[in-house]
Design a protein. Structure first.
Length: 151
């Protein structure tokens, strides 16, 4: 199994507002950059969309080290998800889980997909080269959503 390091990030100009997601995929022999955006979204949705797009981009089963700067995504996938599912996609306070559509898609990709995924938290905007590039790509996604040239 190939090992792939993935760095993801989301950005939003206003929350909600126009947003973007960015992905850097790195393996021993290649590197790929992806980005995209949406007009009316939130930062959390863009953080999640980045992970979804990254995993969808993999063409064969891989050992994945997924670097995220979003505690929301990290804790959602590693701590909160089993409880949400057990409660029928409700929080402990019986409210509907926000972004349930994306959490459900992530659940399928992460927990029922072909990849061996390990999660790593990286502090955002702290000089990590992979995270910094993912941030740049997310901002390109915002520009694309707005129909502007990339920053």
């Amino acid at each position: 199994m190939n090992t792939v390091d993935i760095y993801t990030d989301g950005a939003c100009k206003g929350n909600p507002g126009p947003g973007g997601w960015g992905v850097l995929l790195r393996s021993s022999d290649s590197q790929k950059q992806l980005f995209g955006g949406a007009m009316e979204t939130t930062n959390n949705r863009m953080e999640m969309q980045a992970v979804i797009e990254a995993l969808k981009a993999l063409k064969r089963p891989c050992k994945v080290v997924l670097h995220v700067d979003s505690q929301y995504v990290l804790k959602g996938m590693t701590e909160w998800l089993p409880s949400w599912k057990a409660r029928g996609w409700r929080t402990a306070s019986k409210e509907p889980v926000k972004n349930a559509d994306l959490w459900q898609e992530l659940d399928v990709l992460v927990n029922h997909g072909p990849h061996d995924i390990s999660w790593r938290w990286v502090r955002g905007h702290n000089g990590d080269p992979g995270n910094e590039l993912a941030d740049e790509l997310a901002n390109k996604g915002v520009a694309a959503a707005l129909g502007q040239p990339p920053p």
